[in-house]
Design a protein around this ligand. Structure first.
Ligand SMILES: [Zn+2]
Length: 122
């Protein structure tokens, strides 16, 4: 499917052809208003899509930074990471997978419950 602006240009072309032979002045005015409104909406939507894309990229960057910060704060090495979910508060738990070889229990940083881990490798 073509982009919003391309669809709009095509529709405007069709409408202009029809409007030249239109008999009712009121119908012509209404169609022109609808086209102007559609053009404004397409412009705003296109702008929002661009902003949303930029925001998505920014969130990915922040998420990566936060992940690195979390690994540093909890002393987790880059190559031995596992994660699980706290059964009490649903906090995402990220920990060194070596913990599994030593009893597999960690304390949830959010609710401080002792959690028996069932790891899913990243
Ligand atoms: Zn918890």
């Amino acid at each position: 499917m073509a982009g919003l602006l391309e669809e709009l240009a095509y529709t405007k072309g069709l409408a202009e052809g029809l409007l030249e032979g239109a008999e009712s002045e009121a119908v012509v005015r209404i169609i022109k208003r609808l086209l102007a409104l559609t053009e404004l909406m397409a412009s705003r939507i296109t702008e929002l899509e661009l902003q949303q894309k930029k925001l998505g990229e920014y969130i990915e960057t922040v998420d990566g930074d936060l992940d690195r910060l979390e690994r540093t704060a909890y002393g987790i090495s880059e190559d031995a990471v596992a994660e699980s979910e706290c059964p009490s508060c649903k906090e995402q738990l990220v920990y060194d997978s070596d913990v599994l070889n030593h009893g597999g229990k960690v304390e949830c940083p959010a609710c401080h419950q002792s959690v028996l881990l069932e790891a899913v490798e990243r």
